[in-house]
Design a protein around this ligand. Structure first.
Ligand SMILES: Nc1ncnc2c1ncn2[C@@H]1O[C@H](COP(=O)(O)OP(=O)(O)OP(=O)(O)O)[C@@H](O)[C@H]1O
Length: 734
């Protein structure tokens, strides 16, 4: 029986008809079921003391003895595709997982980067649909989800190669690539979808009759990333629209074992296949990993020197944000290091992104990238070096970044620039079985670049804005990191960092100022006490709850340092001002709409309805009868009601106008701005699908025109300024 699966090219067997082959494959699957009682066809029966169907997988595949693809019970079409693409021998993860996957089991596959996980899930996808005799009229039979567009495109290419001889229709659905309306017309005819989560959900939401109810196999490549919080909402929405009865494959080099995650996906007794779990290292053995202590202000000097020393290598450089990537790419390009430079980040137009990805695959060059290139990508002409200029957010991120080199059987090297404040990361890497060697940088060979950058910034003013943005987004990226033991923005030499980018002055950063203030306050607990107790007291003692800064200082003399003390202490005195200003604003916001302030003859404001009371009291000499008085009050009440109505209408119109104005302003700003600093920490658009519509993509070529100078408004954002103005205006008018 086993021989019947031998390929046509072996010359020993007549090729089976499609029907015969499918029948045979299905009977093999049947024989693998725990209660079948019959002997498996191509794999021997399980070991005597192992529970049927739940055998330790390494043993299972070794026992099964299949080491080559052509020994597997798979269709001749898939075998032909594999042979044509020159895939002959299986890798460990393929050997371990394919027998189970082909039997229809759910798989949690974990194996080192570059170890061939892609084929471990693509082959069973093709086989399942083949055995089910899937045709175009059946619609979507399998969905393969990738966290990034580039990885999606790469998976699609491998699928096309291996599935070359099958008749399935497959489509790549990734954002920014094609007009979504064109996709909508064809998506219902596709059998296999390779997609990013955002685009898939868009089709689920918008494409009429988009139907996944017959889905057979769902695959999450880089599963831990897709199950991460960044994709949580999108993925939940997708899963809710898929049938529960299906086969599910989750693959990653850093696999999730969270029961919650697995429950979300309704996995049925999944096979957890971690082929390298016993390995002494979590990264490929052929990867040489080093780390160098590099202070923040020397990172660019070190990077420049590194590039100049490796002009014949293919180098992938990771930086923490799009702005960092843009700044380093644009400035280094002007400085001409002697090797082609490229950049890749989530804000680029998709065509350009794909173009750069393919160019980097083919040519020796330096690619500056965000984490958009950190997972799954297989740059087919090996990357020689992975340089991590900015520390990865966690161990998993490190493993995926360095995994872009040393793939399959090739070797590779990596270097991590680590700041003295981040040394804990090395401990974490060590405990995660990452063999990394700390080496000393040869500072004698360091080629300083900061002076050249300063000159560039003078010559090209746009670069100054790029530098400011790079500076701000880097600090913000550190500020928002979860692991505060490693990432502490307050430990950074901020002025020196600014100077190292060539900036003449350190940009002002609000969150750092605030942090400094709160640090000072927490260092002096009495300051806090004074702020809380006296602040409240003052609020209740003053009319309208508004306070003057002076009130505060006066009442707390002795607790706060004297005002004429050195300037550093003046900051302490400023802190209460901010809080009080906020209180003041709050009160203004809550003033009821339409409240009219009346004035007496001397121009003094009267309490609401005092005018009515006044009529009564000031006219006590004037005798009116009761009915007349009632009539008078009724009329006044109606007048007031009417006035109130008018006020409300006026106010509504005014707000409408304001909103319109604000929208116009925002639109204008949107057109100009490359991107918002706040949102710049992330890598790729598809990683934040919910926000996509609000963001803008632009090409590198028009960076110069699109960057707007926000330097001076850093302390208070434009949106905040507008909001403030709006509130002030409305409070004045009312
Ligand atoms: N059986 C095989 N024979 C020869 N080459 C293979 C085989 N399986 C995979 N490869 C090659 O190994 C490289 C890495 O494979 P793949 O991209 O599937 O790795 P991966 O485990 O998914 O990596 P990552 O964790 O980075 O996503 C690719 O170039 C692929 O063509």
């Amino acid at each position: 029986m086993k021989q019947k699966f031998k390929s046509k090219n072996s010359g020993k067997q007549k090729r089976l008809s499609e029907n015969e082959e499918i029948k045979l494959l299905n009977s093999w699957i049947e024989s693998q079921k725990p209660d079948s009682g019959s002997n498996p066809m191509s794999l021997p029966p399980p070991l005597p003391n192992a529970p049927i169907g739940r055998i330790d997988d390494d043993t299972y595949s070794r026992y099964a003895g299949a080491t080559r693809f052509d020994q597997l019970p798979i269709s001749s079409k898939t075998k032909d595709g594999l042979r044509k693409a020159e895939f002959i021998d299986m890798t460990d993860i393929q050997k371990a997982s394919l027998p189970h996957a082909l039997c229809g089991r759910d798989i949690l596959g974990a194996a080192k980067t570059g170890s061939g996980k892609t084929l471990a899930f693509l082959i069973p996808v093709l086989e399942k649909l083949y055995r089910e005799r899937w045709g175009p009229e059946f619609g979507v039979g399998s969905i393969i989800i990738s966290p990034t567009r580039e990885l999606g495109a790469q998976l699609f290419d491998v699928l096309k190669a291996v599935g070359k001889f099958h008749n399935f229709s497959a489509g790549l659905l990734i954002g920014g690539r094609k007009d979504v309306n064109t996709e909508k017309e064809h998506v219902n005819e596709l059998n296999i979808l390779v997609c990013t989560p955002g685009r898939l959900l868009q089709h689920m939401d918008e494409t009429p009759n988009f139907d996944c109810s017959q889905l057979q196999v769902l695959v999450l490549d880089e599963a831990d990333r897709i199950l991460d919080v960044g994709f949580k909402k999108t993925l939940n929405a997708i899963i809710s629209q898929l049938p529960k009865h299906r086969q599910t494959f989750l693959f990653s080099a850093t696999q999730t074992k969270s029961v919650q995650d697995l429950a979300r996906l309704s996995l049925k007794d999944p096979e957890y296949l971690s082929v390298h779990e016993e390995s002494t290292t979590a990264t490929p053995n052929s990867l040489q990993q080093t780390a160098m202590v590099v202070p923040l202000e020397q990172k660019l000097d070190m990077l420049w020197s590194f590039i100049k020393a490796h002009l014949n290598s293919k180098i992938l450089v990771f930086l923490s944000s799009c702005k960092q990537v843009k700044f380093v790419f644009e400035t280094f390009k002007k400085l001409r290091p002697g090797i082609p430079l490229k950049c890749l980040h989530g804000r680029m137009k998709q065509d350009k992104r794909m173009g750069i990805y393919s160019e980097f695959c083919e040519k020796r060059s330096v690619l500056f990238s965000t984490d958009v290139a950190s997972r799954g990508l297989d740059f087919n002409k090996a990357v020689d070096w992975v340089v991590q200029v900015d520390c990865p957010e966690d161990v998993a991120s490190y493993i995926h970044r360095v995994g872009r080199t040393a793939r399959y059987h090739s070797g590779g090297k990596s270097v991590l620039f680590i700041m003295p404040s981040e040394m804990k990361m090395l401990e974490q890497l060590e405990s995660a079985k990452v063999p990394i060697q700390l080496i000393k940088a040869n500072t004698k060979r360091l080629q300083p670049v900061s002076g050249l950058l300063s000159a560039l910034l003078v010559k090209y003013p746009n670069f100054q804005q790029l530098a400011q943005r790079a500076f701000i987004t880097y600090l913000r990226s550190i500020h928002i990191q979860k692991d505060k033991e490693i990432f502490d923005v307050m430990k950074l030499s901020i002025d020196e960092f600014s100077a190292s980018l060539g900036l003449p002055m350190t940009p002002k950063i609000r969150f750092i100022d605030q942090k400094r203030r709160s640090q000072k306050m927490s260092a002096n607990p009495t300051t806090f006490l004074a702020l809380d107790s006296s602040g409240d007291e003052n609020v209740s003692n003053t009319m309208d709850g508004e306070l003057e800064v002076g009130d505060f200082k006066e009442s707390d003399q002795g607790l706060f340092p004297p005002i004429d003390n050195p300037s550093s202490e003046v900051e302490d005195a400023v802190a209460p001002t901010r809080i009080l200003k906020k209180k003041k604003l709050k009160i203004n916001v809550h003033r009821p709409v339409g409240t009219r302030v009346s004035f007496d003859d001397d121009g003094n404001p009267l309490a609401p309805l005092a005018k009515l009371a006044d009529i009564k009291t000031s006219n006590d000499a004037f005798v009116v009868d009761k009915d007349e008085k009632n009539e008078f009050y009724k009329k006044r009440r109606e007048e007031l009601k009417q006035a109130d109505k008018e006020d409300k209408l006026l106010n509504r119109n005014r707000l409408k106008e304001k909103r319109k104005e604000k929208m116009n302003k925002m639109k204008k700003r949107a057109a100009k701005e490359t991107q918002d600093d706040e949102d710049d920490i992330s890598e790729s658009e598809e990683e934040r699908p919910q926000k996509r519509s609000k963001k803008f993509v632009d090409s590198d070529s028009d960076i110069d025109n699109k960057v707007e100078n926000k330097f001076n408004t850093e302390s208070i954002s434009v949106a905040e300024q507008e909001e403030l103005a709006l509130k002030l205006l409305s409070s004045l008018q009312s």
